[in-house]
Design a protein around this ligand. Structure first.
Ligand code: NAD
Length: 500
């Protein structure tokens, strides 16, 4: 048996025909104004598509379609087992379109095709499949009342769910919102990032092909201050799931206050602390930190961007990270061997380079990387960058960079490590590396973060909640807990009369 030749992703990319229109009420639609914006690839600047520039009128149409679909119960009224079947068909369609979706994701936001194929598409499919499977396993409760009454506590879909998502894992972040919302019977209006709208639009096509009724899943591409703001301010959106920066998350709360008090769930930025004690497996910790930091070009909300290392093993740790650097050199994202792709756009590239300059200016020592590379490709590539001698009050330790920049901060003892780790506005994730089981539990309890990893990082599964504390947000995506955001608890009291 001969193995088929490896796909030529450049040829496939050249042959792609991309439809940039919105999906509203079950059909592809241009923006009401007819306006579009250019969707260009960060890999080489090529024009991928003219994408509908959704504004208030488009959002109004999408919300009206979602409301109509919800009110006539074409989806919410289906038996959960029937919704499950349709959602499972959708997942089959997604997996069948794996290559196309992965290619769109890579072209649109610059990640290596290898990761889009191995991570983004399968994890999105797993997420949607998991919620499909859960659709007919959500039970209500009966309350422990007296003999004269029966109190039923049931979960009902909230109605119209708005979802606004970022560009770093476009399909996966959309799936984290869509899975529970659709499985519970809601209708959704999704606003993808203007930097990466393409896979969301294809997901909606595939949903329609699978039999999700028109109006149940609408996708309105556009800018944040136009389509995003209109959706967040909409009087007929019942709940809003937002994933993005802390700055925009603040606005979501304001929009809710200025409109209909819709419930807002924020999944925001991070500056996650990765704490390495002297008794840890330092070589493995270094390998893991480098991998988790440089994966996805460092554009991960939970990237371990603040590494706190005990002073006695800090040199060995930094050496271990530097030994990983060759594995993480930027390359052509359409080459299956590449592990570090392009930064999403020129604005983000400038942001990353500005932070690197701030690191130098404030006295941190750049021991690897730090430069833009592959400029002649027309794309936006930055070397994996490591700063040693960072202090926790430096800008690069306080602010989220969202690029491949790792900062090493040295600490003296456990109390200092915990104090430094918690001295951050963020609280998304954290890690503790130690061979001492008492310290592992003690420090894990003391760290203020939504998730704490012990002697590993990035272990992840749809079965566990994902979200932060402090200014990393309040919502939890994934797991059965995500249903709390898209369902209402309803109490129904029945009087039970005594026998006559
Ligand atoms: P962003 O806040 O700039 O944009 C996110 C989304 O909000 C986009 O769709 C954008 O168009 C929209 N938006 C922007 N301004 C808006 C406004 N005024 N009104 C309404 N919508 C608006 O964030 P980003 O740069 O796309 O994403 C990166 C951020 O996302 C990082 O901070 C990262 O940590 C965070 N993130 C968090 C998680 C998590 O689960 N906690 C996951 C992924 C990314």
């Amino acid at each position: 048996m001969t193995t088929p030749p490896a796909p030529n992703w450049h040829e496939r990319a050249a042959a792609l025909a991309i439809d940039g229109r919105a999906v509203i009420a079950g059909e592809r639609r241009a923006a009401v104004t007819g306006e579009t914006f250019e969707c260009r690839s960060p890999i080489d600047g090529r024009l991928l598509a003219a994408v509908a520039r959704g504004r208030g009128e488009d959002v109004d149409a999408a919300v009206a379609a979602a409301r109509a679909a919800f009110e006539d119960r074409r989806w919410a009224g289906k038996p959960p087992a029937a919704r499950k079947k349709v959602l499972q068909r959708w997942v089959e369609g997604i997996l069948a379109a794996r290559d196309e979706l992965a290619l769109l994701e890579t072209l649109d936001m610059g990640k290596p095709i290898r990761d889009a194929l191995a991570v983004d598409v399968p994890l999105a499919a797993r997420c949607l499949g998991w919620y499909a499977e859960a659709a007919d396993k959500l039970y209500g409760e009966t309350a422990p009342t007296g003999d004269d009454a029966l109190a039923l506590i049931t979960r009902e879909p909230v109605g119209v769910v708005g979802a606004i998502v970022p560009w770093n894992y476009p399909m996966l972040m959309a799936s984290w919102k869509l899975g529970p919302a659709l499985a519970a019977g809601n209708s959704v209006v999704l606003k993808p990032s203007e930097k990466s709208p393409l896979t969301a639009l294809r997901l909606a096509d595939l949903a329609l092909e699978a039999g999700i009724p028109p109006g149940v899943l609408n996708v309105v591409p556009g800018y944040g201050h136009e389509a995003g703001e209109a959706l967040a301010l909409h009087m007929d959106v019942d709940a809003l799931g937002f994933t993005g920066s802390t700055r925009t998350g603040r606005r979501m709360l304001e929009y809710a206050g200025r409109s209909n008090l819709k419930r807002v769930y924020n999944e925001l930025g991070g500056k996650s602390a990765f704490v390495v004690f002297a008794d840890a497996d330092v070589a493995r910790a270094a390998r893991t930190a480098a991998g988790s930091m440089f994966f996805n070009q460092g554009e991960s909300c939970n990237a371990p961007s603040r590494v706190l290392v005990h002073e006695s093993v800090a040199d060995a740790f930094v050496e271990g990270v530097l030994a990983q650097a060759p594995r993480w050199q930027p390359g052509d994202p359409l080459d299956a061997a590449t592990s570090l792709g392009a930064i999403v756009d020129e604005t983000q590239l400038a942001t990353v380079l500005r932070y690197i300059a701030a690191g130098h200016d404030e006295g941190a020592r750049c021991v690897a990387g730090g430069r833009r590379v592959r400029e002649s490709s027309g794309g936006f590539f930055v070397e994996p960058t490591v700063f040693d001698g960072v202090r926790n009050d430096m800008t690069i330790a306080r602010e989220e960079i969202f690029g491949p920049v790792l900062s090493v901060i040295r600490f003296h003892d456990e109390a200092e490590a915990v104090r430094l780790a918690n001295d951050s506005a963020y609280g998304l994730q954290a890690a503790v590396w130690t061979d001492n089981v008492h310290r592992a539990h003690r420090v894990a309890r003391a760290l203020r973060a939504g998730t704490v990893h012990v002697n590993q990082y990035d272990e992840d599964d749809i079965t566990v909640p994902f979200g932060g504390v402090k200014q990393s947000g309040n919502g939890r995506d994934k797991s059965l807990h995500a249903f709390d955001k898209v369902t209402e608890l309803k109490t129904t009291w029945l009087r039970i009369a005594p026998a006559a």
